[in-house]
Design a protein around this ligand. Structure first.
Ligand SMILES: Nc1ncnc2c1ncn2[C@@H]1O[C@H](COP(=O)(O)OP(=O)(O)O)[C@@H](O)[C@H]1O
Ligand SMILES: [Mg+2]
Length: 242
C-alpha cells in the first residue's frame, strides 16, 4: 500500500559545484513504500541529487527534507534513516560478506548478531558457500547483495541507490529489481538513480527525468501496471521539454 506520507522531498533544489549550477531548482517527492527512478544522462545531476539528501553538499537554494525534517538542520537524523549505495564499491574487498556486515554495522553503532546477518544474506539470496569468501572474488551483483543486506540490517527506512545495476548481467538486474520491489512493498522508500530506461520502468512507481540540472518530466505507473517504456524512451532521447 502506498501511503501519502512523504519521506524524501526536494524543493526547488539548487546546487553549485565547481562554479557551475548543476541543479537548477528541482522539485520532487518520494512517499513511503515508493520506488522513484531518477533517470538522466551523464552529468544531468543525478548523483548530486542523492548527495543533497545526505547533507554532503551546500545548497545554493531550496530545501532537501528527509522525513519532513530539513537536512540542513539535522543531518545526523537524515543520515541515520538512509542507506546509501554509491556508484563505486563501498565495502572492503579483503573481508568476506559476514565480516563486512559486522564491521559496517559496528560503525553504525549496532552489533549484528549471527542469526539476523544470516537472515539478511538469505533475503538477498547470497549463496551460502560465498559468505566466507573475500569480496575480491565476488561479482558486482554479489557485492550489491551484501550492500543491500547491510541496509536491511541497519533497518533504515530509505535507500538511495546510485546506478546500482550498471555492470550487472540481465539476470542479476532482474533479481536486483525484484529485491528492491519487495523492500518497497515492506514500506521502504527507494530513490534509484539510473540511465537505464528499461530497468527504471521495470521497477519504479514513478520516474523523474533529469536533464542538465532540471526535472523535465515525470511518469507514473498506472494502478497495477508499469510505466510506459516507449514514452519514457522518447522523452529521454528528445531534446524537447516533456
Ligand atoms: N566534485 C565535483 N566538483 C565539481 N563539479 C562536479 C563534481 N561532481 C560532479 N560535478 C559536476 O556536476 C554535474 C552533475 O554531476 P553528477 O550529479 O555526478 O551527474 P550524474 O550523476 O547525472 O552523471 C556535472 O556537470 C559534473 O561535472
Ligand atoms: Mg552519477
Amino acid at each position: 500500500m502506498l501511503s501519502n506520507r512523504l519521506r524524501l522531498q526536494a524543493e526547488e533544489l539548487r546546487v553549485i559545484r565547481g562554479g557551475k549550477e548543476v541543479l537548477k531548482g528541482i522539485t520532487f517527492a518520494v512517499a513511503i513504500g515508493e520506488v522513484y527512478g531518477l533517470l538522466g544522462g551523464n552529468g544531468a545531476g543525478k548523483s548530486t541529487t542523492l548527495l543533497t539528501f545526505l547533507g554532503f553538499l551546500d545548497l545554493a537554494g531550496g530545501n532537501a527534507r528527509v522525513n519532513d525534517a530539513l537536512v540542513s538542520e539535522d543531518v545526523v537524523a537524515a543520515r541515520r534513516s538512509i542507506a546509501y549505495l554509491p556508484e563505486s564499491a563501498s565495502l572492503y574487498e579483503h573481508l568476506n560478506a559476514r565480516e563486512n556486515l559486522r564491521y559496517f554495522l559496528g560503525l553504525a553503532g549496532s552489533a549484528g548478531d549471527d542469526e539476523s546477518m544470516e537472515a539478511a544474506l538469505d533475503r538477498v539470496a547470497l549463496p551460502a558457500e560465498a559468505r566466507d569468501r573475500r569480496l575480491a572474488d565476488y561479482s558486482k551483483g554479489m557485492r550489491q547483495k551484501v550492500a543491500i543486506a547491510l541496509a536491511i540490517l541497519r533497518n533504515t527506512d530509505t535507500l538511495l541507490l546510485d546506478e546500482p545495476t550498471s555492470g550487472l548481467d540481465p539476470t542479476a538486474i532482474d533479481e536486483f529489481h525484484d529485491l528492491v520491489r519487495t523492500l518497497a512493498d515492506d514500506g521502504k522508500t527507494v530513490l534509484m538513480v539510473t540511465h537505464d530506461v528499461y530497468g527504471a520502468c521495470q521497477v519504479a512507481d514513478r520516474i523523474g527525468l533529469l536533464r542538465d540540472g532540471r526535472l523535465v518530466g515525470e511518469f507514473s505507473a498506472p494502478a497495477g501496471g508499469r510505466i510506459d517504456t516507449e514514452a519514457v524512451h522518447r522523452a529521454f532521447s528528445s531534446r524537447e521539454a516533456v
